[in-house]
Write a protein that binds this ligand. Structure first.
Ligand code: URA
Length: 248
């Protein structure tokens, strides 16, 4: 069979595995393959194009909208998949949607989101340039009524475990250089480290599924709203991220 057709078929199968999770996780991007063409060895790079990333994210978003893996789908108004640049070098990952995010279906659009937007702008970036998502895609509530305010709760271990594969697939599709984990829940989910965020922030970890992706934990914007004295620490962490982004 023609080499080009083989490479297209391989790419298609890899994308299906990413989208539909057939026999689990498959390291798909970037994949280099050497093929002998006549006497020459040619290197084929299966790195995903932005168009592929958009398509893969759209399919994954559809799965999230149909998800019934945990009871949160019964009380949420809208799942919050994530938004931003599908080809982002930097991702911000929070905990779970709150009241406002549940209504709009977008991440970080409440009070904490306003602060996150200011932080991103202070980094001379925009929300459109980065990608923003959460560990859990549906709003965890204390009382099963999405119309109540001040009804947020942290996601349970079970909800995190059920939802984490969606985030892992988002990361695999986007292939960021660096992930900023906002708060302890995102940090634990992506580093498997269970220490207080005050000890983990500002340190650099390697993502356990892909060592090329670095993780920098920092405080959650909600923590900054409660305790503004934490702001200099967060700014120090953002400067570390900017330094790394400018060096690549
Ligand atoms: N807090 C989060 O962790 N995520 C959001 O999307 C909003 C608030």
């Amino acid at each position: 069979m023609d080499n080009e057709i083989i490479s297209i078929l391989k790419k298609f199968v890899q994308q299906q595995k990413t989208v539909f999770g057939i026999d689990g996780y498959y390291g798909i991007f970037p994949l280099k393959k050497e093929l002998k063409v006549g006497k020459e060895i040619q290197t084929y790079n299966f790195t995903s194009s932005v168009k592929d990333k958009v398509w893969l994210l759209k399919n994954l978003n559809l799965q999230v909208h149909q998800c019934k893996n945990c009871p949160l789908y019964t009380t949420r108004i809208k799942p919050v998949f994530g938004e931003g640049n599908p080809d982002a070098k930097l991702m911000f990952i929070g905990e779970a949607p709150g009241y406002e995010e549940d209504r709009q279906g977008k991440p970080f659009v409440g009070k904490a989101g306003e602060l996150l937007t200011k932080i991103i702008m202070a980094m001379k970036l925009s929300r459109q340039e980065v990608y923003i998502s959460n560990v859990v895609k549906c709003h965890p509530v204390k009382i099963p009524d999405p119309n109540l305010r001040n009804n947020d709760r942290p996601p349970s271990e079970e909800e995190i475990n059920q939802c984490l594969p969606y985030l892992q697939q988002q990361i695999e599709i986007i292939q960021p250089k660096i992930i900023c984990c906002l708060g302890a829940i995102a940090t634990k989910a992506l580093t498997k480290t269970d220490q207080p965020i005050s000890l983990l922030r500002g340190k650099v970890f390697k993502y356990y599924k892909n060592e090329n992706i670095l993780i920098v934990p920092t405080y959650h914007p909600s923590a900054l709203l409660r305790n503004p004295k934490l702001k200099p620490d967060v700014w120090q962490d953002m400067k570390l991220i900017m330094k790394y982004l400018n060096s690549i």
